[in-house]
Design a protein around this ligand. Structure first.
Ligand SMILES: [Zn+2]
Length: 247
C-alpha cells in the first residue's frame, strides 16, 4: 500500500488522533519559517535582529519597532491564506478523525481554515492585552492601526501587546497543560512540518510516544524522533494533497 493509504488507515483505526504542527505547515502559504537557514530570525530591522523584536524587554522599551516590522507580516489581512494541509486537518476534525491540533505557529491559519480545537503553544495575535490595565482587544480591533504601522493603544492609553509568547515570557500555562493532556491521551500523533528542535514544545511528541501514541512524522528534514515513527514521509504538501483526495 502507498504511504498515504497507510496514513489514512492509521487515522481510521485511531479514535484519538492529535496533530502537532510547526513552521513547515505554513511555509506553503508563503510564510517564512523563523529558525531555518533563510528564516525570519536571520533578518535585521532598524539595527535590531528580528529575534530581538520578539523580546519583551525591547517591546516594553519601544513597541513602535515591533509594530513597524509586523505591519504586513502579522497584520496584513489576507496576506496569507490556509493551504491544503490546514484545510485537510480541519476536514479530518469535522469528520471525527482528528481530536485536536497542537501548534507552534502564531499565524492563526489553523483557525482560519476551520479547525476548532487548536492549542497555540506560542500564542497568537487573535487577542491583544493592554500592558497597563489588562483589557483585551481582538485582532480585528487592532489590525487597522497595526497594519498602518502605528502602535495600537487601549482606551486607557496603555500599549497593546499581541498574545504571542515573546522571549522573556513563559508559555501560556493553561494552553501548555491542555496540549500536554491532549498528547498524553493520543493514540496517534501526526508530527507535521517541524524538526522538533524548539523546547519545551518539542517535548510533547516524546511525551505522547511514551504514553503509548504511535507517531507519524511528515517533515522535509530529519527529526530526533524519526527512529520511533511508524510512518515517515518527507513531503508534507504532497502527502496532504493526496490524503485530501482520498477523504
Ligand atoms: Zn488599558
Amino acid at each position: 500500500m502507498n504511504p498515504v493509504g497507510q496514513l489514512l488507515d492509521l487515522l481510521q483505526a485511531s479514535p484519538n488522533t492529535v496533530a502537532f504542527t510547526g513552521a513547515g505547515v505554513s511555509t506553503p502559504s508563503g510564510i517564512r519559517d523563523f529558525r531555518g537557514k533563510d528564516g525570519i530570525y536571520r533578518d535585521t530591522f532598524r539595527g535590531h535582529s528580528v529575534e530581538a523584536l520578539f523580546g519583551l524587554d525591547l517591546f516594553e522599551r519601544d513597541p513602535s519597532l515591533f509594530y513597524a516590522w509586523a505591519k504586513d507580516f502579522v497584520y496584513g489581512l489576507d496576506a496569507f491564506r490556509p493551504n491544503v494541509i490546514h484545510a485537510t486537518l480541519a476536514r479530518l476534525e469535522a469528520g471525527g478523525l482528528l481530536r485536536a491540533v497542537v501548534t507552534q505557529n502564531i499565524d492563526r491559519l489553523h483557525t482560519l481554515a476551520g479547525s476548532k480545537t487548536v492549542h497555540e503553544l506560542h500564542g497568537s495575535p487573535s487577542l491583544h492585552h493592554c500592558l497597563a490595565c489588562g483589557r483585551a482587544y481582538p485582532y480585528d480591533a487592532v489590525q487597522p492601526t497595526a497594519h498602518a504601522g502605528r502602535v495600537p493603544r487601549c482606551a486607557c492609553g496603555g500599549v497593546l501587546k499581541p498574545d504571542i509568547v515573546f522571549y522573556g515570557e513563559p508559555l501560556p500555562e493553561a494552553t501548555f497543560q491542555a496540549a500536554l493532556d491532549a498528547c498524553r491521551r493520543a493514540d496517534l500523533l501526526l508530527v507535521l512540518g517541524t524538526s522538533l528542535t524548539v523546547h519545551p514544545a518539542a517535548l510533547l511528541p516524546r511525551e505522547a510516544y511514551e504514553c503509548g501514541a504511535r507517531l507519524v512524522i511528515v517533515n522535509a528534514d530529519p527529526t530526533p524522533l524519526d527512529p520511533l515513527a511508524i510512518l515517515r514521509l518527507p513531503d508534507l504538501s504532497a502527502a496532504f494533497a493526496a490524503l485530501s483526495a482520498m477523504l
